[in-house]
Design a protein around this ligand. Structure first.
Ligand SMILES: Cc1cc2nc3c(=O)[nH]c(=O)nc-3n(C[C@H](O)[C@H](O)[C@H](O)COP(=O)(O)O)c2cc1C
Ligand code: SF4
Length: 442
């Protein structure tokens, strides 16, 4: 019996291969599975060469934006300055629960990736910033770091290479916004976790004002496999007709689906097969109504759109959404989409850091209106107001949390407008006397 169910034959388990195998958690167990061979090789390789291999492999960031990892690393030059690496283990995007499983089952895989990346970007110090609520992942990663120090894998003479690599584990306090890379750096510095205006970008002035690279847990855990097996090996996974779609990706699946969980597939996998074959389709007697494919910040797909989508960055854009963090949320025909979208906007309103007016006011107003419509007190004008507020919230703020709140509203209104209208039509409090102003009892 695997974790929490055996791997499906159509999965490509690279990162998830040892999920469910408690022995892989220990240093001895990790080494017995080939662990730390890539780090040893990397510590004796010029960082420039490591950057080139990762660039050639086509690996893109798994934190949400899909930025090419090798290119990000190439911004870090041998300039003699202090550099930092930050590993983003804040994973708070609703519907996303893959990084925590990497940390729970293969913490040494993450520590190896972090140490390797630190060397590749000319840094001696790395921080792993873990979401506050992640009690078990935090304990596992701390234990792995301690074991690695005790074995001389980390420290002033890492693996006997003469290179200095320090890894610190920092636990956040449970704020979603601290997953945004510049807010994460502020939080690490002991400040309030507010996103910073860019530029300057982190590669120029990041943590403590020094050149910094920030990468996601899944991204960093993938790197040792690439260094060990080569860029060409990694390129065998993905969509042959899309050179930007390379490697495997972990997808977390939740909601109204028969077999929720984490699945690792090669990019380019047909989303229909994923939902119905790997995940077992909807619950008995139900039908899928809608899917959010990449964490709550990406546009909602109808069932028909989802069934035609390809699981990679470009495939999801072609379907009108984004791959995002790979958090797949499935809604079946019982779900009230207005209620579901209102839940999401409330989340963003609660998590807004409130620096930008458009976000602070917009997330709050959108939530009030969504909840009014949900409760049967909406008016037809509310729909226009929602569109106007959403428009004012997109592309105008310091970070994209504001856009993320507007996205489900805009896509929901486009695709499930009839559900909004049905609730409004049922609003008995609206005055319908011809010529009179329409009013809501709210
Ligand atoms: C509001 C907000 C929350 C975010 N949360 C996370 C997160 O929890 N984990 C993560 O890896 N990236 C998160 N990101 C993306 C990071 O800012 C950053 O792009 C990412 O860590 C870069 O790593 P990558 O290049 O390996 O993908 C978030 C972004 C925003 C705007
Ligand atoms: S968009 Fe929202 S969360 Fe992001 S910086 Fe502005 S107020 Fe803060």
């Amino acid at each position: 019996m695997g974790y929490p169910q055996p791997s499906h034959p159509r999965e490509t388990p690279i990162l998830s291969r040892y999920f469910g195998d408690p022995e892989a958690r220990t240093l001895a167990g990790w080494r017995a599975r080939g662990g730390y061979e890539a780090l040893e090789k990397a510590l004796n390789t010029d960082p420039q060469e490591l950057q080139t291999i990762v660039k050639d492999s086509g690996l893109r960031g798994r934190g949400g934006a899909g930025f090419p990892t090798g290119m990000k690393w190439s911004f870090m030059k041998p300039d003699g300055k202090t550099h930092y690496l930050c590993c983003n283990a804040d994973e708070s995007e609703p519907g996303t629960f893959k990084d925590r499983e990497i940390m729970r089952w293969t913490p040494h895989g993450l520590v190896e990736g972090v140490a390797l990346a630190a060397h590749a970007i000319y840094a001696q110090t790395a921080y792993i910033y873990i979401r506050g609520e992640f009690t078990e992942p935090y304990a596992r990663v701390c234990a792995a770091v301690e074991e690695a120090y005790a074995a001389g894998i980390l420290g002033p003479n890492a693996m006997g290479s003469g290179k200095h690599v320090d890894v610190h584990v920092h636990r956040g306090a449970g704020a979603y916004i601290c997953g945004e890379e510049t807010a994460l750096m502020n939080s690490l510095e002991g400040r309030r976790g507010n996103p910073r205006i860019k530029p300057p970008f982190p590669a120029v002035a990041g943590l403590f004002g020094k050149p910094t690279t920030i990468n996601n847990v899944e991204t960093l855990t993938t790197v040792p496999y690439i260094i060990k097996n080569g860029a060409e090996w990694y390129k065998q996974y993905g969509r042959p007709d899309n050179p930007k779609s390379i490697g495997t990706k972990l997808f977390s699946v939740c909601g109204n689906i028969s077999r929720p969980g984490n699945y690792e597939v090669a990019l380019g996998f047909p989303f229909k097969d994923f939902l119905y074959d790997l995940c077992g389709g909807p619950l008995e007697g139900r039908e899928i109504k809608a899917v959010i494919p990449g964490g709550s910040s990406v546009p909602i797909l109808t069932r028909e759109e989802a069934e035609g989508a390809i699981m990679d960055y470009e495939g999801m854009v072609a379907a009108g959404t984004m791959l995002g963090s790979g958090g797949v949320i499935v809604f079946d025909d019982r779900q009230d989409m207005v209620r579901q979208i209102a839940r999401l906007t409330r989340f963003y309103a609660h998590e807004s850091c409130a620096q930008c007016t458009q976000c602070r006011e917009g997330t709050a107003w959108i939530t009030r209106i969504m909840e009014r419509i949900r409760d049967g007190l909406g008016t037809a004008e509310d729909l226009d107001t929602l569109v106007a507020i959403s428009d004012g919230m997109s592309g105008k703020t310091i970070c994209v949390l504001s856009d993320s709140c507007a996205t489900p509203v805009m896509s929901g209104l486009k695709k499930f407008r009839h559900e909004f209208e049905a609730k409004i039509a049922a609003n008995k409090s609206v005055v319908t006397v011809p010529g009179a102003f329409r009013a809501s009892a709210a």
